[in-house]
Structures are given as C-alpha cells and as structure tokens.
Design a protein around this ligand. Sequence first.
Ligand SMILES: [Zn+2]
Length: 243
Amino acid sequence: MTNPGKEIPYTLRVSPRARYARLKISPHEGLIVVIPQHFDKKRVPGLVESRREWIIKVQGSFDLRRLDGVSDTGEALPSRIELNGIGETWRVTYRSEARARISVREASEDELLVVGPVHDEASCRLALESWLKRRADLKLVTQLGRIASAHGFSYSSVSVRKQRSRWGSCSSKGRISLNLKLLFLPPLLVRYIMVHELCHTRHMNHSRRFWSEVAGVDPDYAAHDREMKHAWRFVPGWLVAGS
Ligand SMILES: [Zn+2]
C-alpha cells in the first residue's frame, strides 16, 4: 500500500556544486532533494511527486511497517513501555475515572498511571505520546549535550519531534532535531544518530571529511549506519504512525 495522495515529506538542500536536481533517500534522514542554486523551488513538489513510486519502494525496503499503515490500525495499548534508548522500562496501568481528559502520571520511577476516560484508546495513545515527548525532551536532549561537550561540538538548538521518516536532522544554522522514536532504539544507535547530526554542524554533507569526523567519535559508525536501515522495527506498533 502506498498511501496514495499523501504528501511525501522531504528535506530541501541547495548545493552550489549540484548541476542537476536529484533525489536521495537515507535511512535516517528520509528523502533529501538536492537542487542547484538557481533551481526554481516551485518545481520541487512536482519533481518529488513524479518519483513517488521509486521513493515508496526505497523507503519500503528500509521499513515496511511504517509505510503500510499497520501501526495505525491498532496494536493494543501497552502494558509495558521499554525505552531501550535511555535504559528505562515502565509498567503502565490504566484507571478509568470520570474526568474530561486523560492524564499520564509517573507513579514511581518505573510505573506510569494513565487516568481518565481510558476507554478512549486514541486519546490514551496521544497522552502517552505527550509523555514520551517529555521524557525525550529530558533525556535525549541531555544526552546530546553530553556528547557535544565531550567532543567539542556546538549547536544552536535542539528539538524533539515525532517524525515519520527521519531519525534526526541538522540545519545549516546548527539546529538539531531528534526523532522521539529514538527512545526505542538500542543505545548505540541513538548515540550514532546524535554523533551523525553533531558532525553535520561541521560538515553539511556526507563527504569523506564528514565520515572521518563521525569515525573519530563512533569508530563502529559504518555498522551502526547499516543497522539504521532496519531500525524502524524497534518502534512499537501502538505508537501512532505518522508525524
Ligand atoms: Zn547525514
């Protein structure tokens, strides 16, 4: 299934060296459109659309589940949430209470309490997702800061967002964005993604110099980069697909 008609998200990069517009797909940054400096940006959506089948095929080879919508159709709500990326496991208890909204509380250091009209599964998912976001804002952001200061990187800001097809990104202004779903990955892959994005603060490309920078901080980067192709399988099905 290909989500017909759905807009395909992409990152636009203007390259002074590019002579033609081209599309590339990386397992953790999603679709990237590289255009020459004077390329008319209005042509980009049409260009992406014309390659829709190819894009879906390549992205599908990275992870079938996230594109075919299985995650949307409802795996049951979790009774445990394993956040491998930050080394935490949470038990989840649902308690029905007459109140307008669902709230998620940390009842102890490994127990979550979901309280409110819990028969409403969709709202439970959203409430859990906001909790994940808070957890990620706390833990992933701190971890990025630690790696940056240990290796002398600087960035202008960091944000955590739930994203469909990219694990992280770094803008030319040094703004780093991390995918909320990193929480579910093995710690070494989380670290790799952070190192990768931090190295983009020095090299906005995937040149040899970029990769040797990455290797300096993560000598196993090549294996980690390969593993990223299949990393979407670590994301549990109850988490609503999409960004
Ligand atoms: Zn990159």
